[in-house]
Design a protein around this ligand. Structure first.
Ligand code: NAD
Length: 445
């Protein structure tokens, strides 16, 4: 392939829309494919199909190089490399479902089989259970297209390590690009694509497809283990006078063997990837006869963390007290409306089980929470509004807006603030405020 190959991206959701727009913004001609007409129309109108910071900026920069279609044939004919970024939801046994991947690949392989194209590269970006690509997906492409791996097409497993809310920045500046390839040439083709797209010079981790599948899932499992370790430390600090979780994790993180990232004791991890990737790691290890005890312990610690917070809140609401609990932060983290496996949402469920009244606020996730809870809770229009109704306010995400909370927000005497991420300076509040920072001794009151 001389020059920049044309690319196609199947699945224009939270990750796919961002990948497609970044490729196009960096000079590739990109055809997006989705079965959701609304998303296809949005891309063709030049608007972002999903909410994500900087996505619109990338679409604007792509200047006519990005278009979308519902026609798989058009995508295969018009591109040399197709990225598949469709959902792979968790099954009840912890493994990822490959149903959507197989649906999309069936259409793509049929189009490839009918075409007179000599070669095509299929890139699996969706998260899959290790073994899926070679065991399930390659045979599917071969049988539907009538073509042969190696001779007629190449396959790559190339997952992204992005976080919602910073997908574009993460995509353009990765620490590492993980490229599993069915051959060295496939890895090299993808390396060239990423060299043109990345704004930094990341480590290109080129390896076999099977190794890349294991790498993807073990990285997320390792990171969640780190988070659960920091949360355990925060719980310990809550019981020992004179300790400060942030001093401890800062020191631990300064050691190169540990690193400071994802090492801030606080609330449980959530979102669409971390919890399920970690459970999938345990499930796949078990399939191969290995007991992944670290992964199962990580998950257990994560479940308990929200329960402990609910207990702490309940201790602040003695029997018969008509307290309203304000939960500030409903998304699983700041800058996203996604509430999947969100600690704030899980906390509210625990509080409702205890018959506590809840008012909730999030700068952008309130509508998602409303769909989930309907009229079982109250909704505040601002953080200040939340303090007007609630006598106990819990800050569950590291949302920048919450850092502005000061004495002027306080509407009740007494008011309890539970600050899960230590965003506020407790000493700046008056006598009527009971400030509890998770991870420090007073949090265990
Ligand atoms: N969102 C993240 O933070 C993130 C991070 C890393 C990896 N991933 C992985 O990326 C994949 C996609 O995740 P997402 O969050 O973008 O999902 P999403 O649900 O936001 O988007 C998926 C898109 O695929 C489309 N789609 C479904 N079936 C299709 C088909 N047969 N043909 C064409 N389009 C189809 C849907 O209409 C939707 O627009 C998943 O495997 C996920 O695990 C996501």
């Amino acid at each position: 392939m001389g020059g920049k190959p044309s690319l196609s991206v199947v699945g224009l959701g939270k990750l796919g829309a961002c990948s497609a727009s970044c490729f196009a913004a960096k000079g590739f001609n990109v055809i997006g494919v989705d079965i959701n007409r609304g998303f296809v129309d949005a891309i063709n109108r030049g608007s972002a199909p999903v909410k994500e910071p900087r996505l619109q900026e990338m679409i604007d920069l792509s200047k006519g190089r990005l278009r979308a279609t519902m026609d798989f044939e058009e995508a295969v004919k018009g591109s040399g490399i197709t990225f598949l970024i469709v959902p792979t939801p968790s099954r009840s046994d912890g493994h990822f479902s490959d149903k959507y991947l197989k649906d999309a690949l069936t259409h793509l392989a049929a189009a490839f089989g009918k075409s007179d194209k000599k070669y095509h590269i299929f890139v699996i970006t969706s998260t899959v259970s290790p073994g899926t690509t070679e065991r399930e997906l390659v045979p599917l492409i071969e049988s539907v297209s009538g073509r042969k791996l190696g001779r007629d097409f190449g396959v790559s497993y190339n997952p992204e390590f992005i976080a919602l809310g910073s997908v574009i920045t993460d995509f353009l500046n990765p620490d590492m690009v993980l490229i599993g390839g069915s051959s060295e040439q496939v890895c090299d083709e993808l390396e060239k694509v990423y060299q043109a797209v990345c704004e930094n010079k990341p480590y290109m981790a080129k390896m076999s497809v099977a190794s890349a599948e294991v790498t993807k899932i073990s990285l997320n499992s390792f990171v969640t283990m780190k988070i659960s370790f920091a949360n355990t430390l925060a719980n310990i600090c809550g019981q020992i006078p004179g300790t400060n979780i942030d001093h401890i994790t800062k020191a631990l993180g300064a050691d190169k063997r540990v690193s400071p990232h994802y090492l801030k004791g606080g609330l449980s991890f959530g979102g669409p990837c971390f919890p399920r990737d970690n459970r999938a790691f345990a499930a796949f290890a078990k399939e191969y006869g290995v007991e992944a005890s670290l992964a199962t312990a990580t998950d257990r610690i994560n479940q308990v963390q929200t329960e402990l917070l609910a207990e702490l809140i309940a201790k602040q609401t003695p029997n018969g007290d008509r307290n309203v609990v304000g939960v500030l932060g409903l998304a699983y983290k700041p800058n996203t409306p996604v509430i999947e496996e969100s600690p704030g949402i899980k906390l509210i469920e625990r509080l409702l089980e205890r018959n506590l009244e809840v008012i909730a606020y999030d700068p952008i996730a309130t509508e998602s929470a409303r769909v989930h809870f309907e009229d079982r809770i109250l909704y505040a229009s601002s953080a200040r509004d939340c303090f007007q109704s609630a006598t106990i306010c819990v800050l569950t995400t590291q949302c920048g807006e919450f850092k502005e909370i000061d004495q002027s927000y306080i509407a009740h005497d007494p008011t309890t603030i539970i600050d899960c991420w230590r965003l506020l300076d407790g000493s700046k509040f008056g006598k009527g405020v009971n400030y509890l920072a998770l991870g420090s001794f007073n949090g265990g009151k």
